[in-house]
Design a protein around this ligand. Structure first.
Ligand code: 5GP
Ligand code: MN
Length: 335
């Protein structure tokens, strides 16, 4: 038995024994974080152990991003206020894809108050802030670790559980395009598809189903993108902005800005791509992507954020020009 599989067993034992279980994704969740938490919630529910199972993420208000509304298990969701109003601590709180405690946002206290806290993650930077830590940076997605827990629980993987796990898998492997894609990723996908799950439905809802306004926002942002061929010792840097002004004019929420990085990053003249996104409070967030030579996870860490080697992010300040300067300086420093 490997060290990881021992921890998987330990996690499954704790989950089975708990009466009240809190499953948490990170703030502004992606499909790997929320899909993982929902898959685990549905798996526990299927065991009919008379548990109180809550899935949450610490945004206030807690609004499920549009591209994730296709995920099953929405009946398990409760926001930080409902959790705080409940007063009783949870027996187990388990975080999914959360690299640091502060990424739990408004659910940090509930996590810490639980009798047993469990961290399930695949970020290499995770230092282990739980009582039990299942951290495997070689996992292509956090959802793959969740499937191991589901198996250890003895749960039959239903179409719904498979869909939630598949959503995480395709997100973190960039639809099987990113370097994180390994043989295990395809083996897991094959197993999930064999449940009869509708992979085409999940893929379309998550990646090919945007409002026209969001498509136009993509156009505006790409039209003003900047390519600096000399940056990063000539390997190139491409960046653009998504302003609240543009979003307001088109009636698009911050979710609608998520697509921009996926197109910007295809620029062959740039090793690194960055999208600066202004949120509703005028604060600039960044999405960073690297083709391989630059560890943008490290770059994001120096800016107070984090992430993976090839996909990372951070929250900067209210001034876009200093945000752009900060990113350029951090990129220069890391290389
Ligand atoms: P995205 O650009 O898709 O929002 O984020 C890419 C990855 O960067 C995420 O999977 C997550 O690991 C990480 N990330 C994004 N924003 C933040 C942040 O503000 N703080 C930290 N620690 N990680 C972030
Ligand atoms: Mn992930």
């Amino acid at each position: 038995m490997t060290a990881t599989s021992k921890v998987v067993e330990q996690v499954a034992v704790r989950l089975r024994a708990a009466r009240r279980v809190l499953l948490l994704a990170h703030v502004t969740p992606d499909a790997d974080a929320l899909g993982s938490a929902l898959a685990l919630g549905l798996a526990l529910e299927s065991l009919k152990l008379e548990q109180h199972i809550v899935v949450s993420f610490g945004d206030d208000p807690m609004v499920v991003p549009r591209m994730l509304t296709c995920l099953p298990g929405a009946h398990l969701l409760a926001d930080c206020h409902a959790i705080a109003a409940d007063e009783q601590p949870f027996d187990v709180a388990l975080s999914c894809d959360v690299s640091t405690l502060n990424r739990l946002g408004a659910n940090q206290d509930a996590f810490l108050a639980a009798q047993t806290s469990i961290v399930v993650d695949h970020h290499a930077s995770n230092t282990g802030f739980g009582d039990i830590n299942l951290i495997d940076p070689s996992a292509p997605a956090n959802a793959v670790l969740v499937l191991q827990i589901v198996d250890a629980l003895g749960v039959v993987v239903t179409e719904e559980i498979a869909q939630a796990i598949y959503a995480g898998l395709i997100t973190d492997t960039g639809n099987f395009k990113f370097p994180a894609t390994n043989p295990a990723a395809h083996l897991v996908a094959a197993r999930l598809l064999s449940t009869g799950m509708k992979h085409d439905f999940i893929a379309r809802k998550m990646y090919d189903d945007d409002d026209f306004a969001a498509v136009q926002l993509l156009g505006r942002s790409l039209a003003r993108s900047v390519l600096d061929r000399e940056a990063l010792h000539g390997t190139g840097f491409v960046w653009t902005t998504v302003t609240t002004e543009d979003r307001a004019a088109l009636g698009v929420s911050i979710d609608g800005a998520e697509r921009v990085i996926d197109t910007l990053r295809i620029t062959s003249e740039a090793e690194v791509a960055c999208v600066f996104k202004e949120d509703d409070h005028g604060i600039w967030k960044i999405s960073l992507r690297s083709k391989g030579a630059v560890d943008v996870g490290l770059v994001a860490q120096t800016l107070g954020g984090g992430g993976h080697k090839f996909a990372a992010g951070a929250t900067l300040g209210p001034d876009v020009s200093s945000a752009i300067d900060d990113v350029r300086r951090a990129l220069d420093a890391v290389r």
